[in-house]
Design a protein around this ligand. Structure first.
Ligand SMILES: [Zn+2]
Length: 192
């Protein structure tokens, strides 16, 4: 079961995905809303926090979450505030009941990760790509459009069966998400 806890929020928060199962995790924690209460309406406890990247809108609630649940935080770069454990490129990460492959996908931010599981056909895309061909902005610090295009290409090569794509902002895609990745690639390539 995957729920977006930030769905009803009107703040500048990222999406927050509660992935329930054998290892219940939050993928990103958002900012400027009570994500602890939102989490507790569905589960008593969580086992870990996993981050797609450390932009403020994805990690602002981190302290509240780690204090409330006493959990550790996994991300790509342990030099970033609040990241306790490193996830390396290609590593397997359990989210809920499934094994996901972590893919280092810089271009929006240097420490950006996507998580893909071929078995249920699920992708957490973070801010690399969004629904309908959107892609992460590359005008912030650590942003690089060419690098982003390379990351989308890598992602496309990796994903095979894909039924659900959960993005860092906006709606999830449950109808042929691979097509959304392809049009994001085309859009991001323009002007590179
Ligand atoms: Zn971001």
């Amino acid at each position: 079961m995957i729920r977006n806890l930030a769905r009803a929020q009107r703040t500048m928060t990222s999406n927050v995905f509660l992935v329930e199962g054998e290892r219940t995790v939050l993928v990103d924690v958002g900012t400027d809303f009570d994500v602890v209460s939102e989490t507790q309406t569905h589960v008593d406890d969580i086992d870990a926090v996993v981050l797609t990247h450390t932009h403020y809108d994805h990690v602002g609630n981190l302290e509240a979450v780690t204090e409330a649940f006493g959990v550790d935080v996994w991300g790509y770069d342990t030099d970033q505030d609040g990241v306790d454990h490193e996830i390396t490129d290609g590593e397997t990460v359990q989210l809920g009941d499934h094994e996901y492959q972590a893919l280092h996908t810089p271009g929006h931010k240097e420490d950006h990760l996507c998580f893909y599981a071929g078995k249920p056909g699920v992708l957490f895309a973070g801010d690399l790509i969004f629904a309908n061909g959107g892609f992460g902005r590359t005008d912030l610090a650590e942003g690089n459009r060419k690098t982003l295009v390379g990351s989308i290409n890598r992602l496309l090569e990796l994903v095979d069966d894909l039924d659900e794509m959960h993005c860092g902002h906006g709606p999830s895609v449950t109808t042929n998400p691979k097509h959304d990745i392809e049009i994001a690639l085309q859009a991001a390539q323009m002007g590179v």
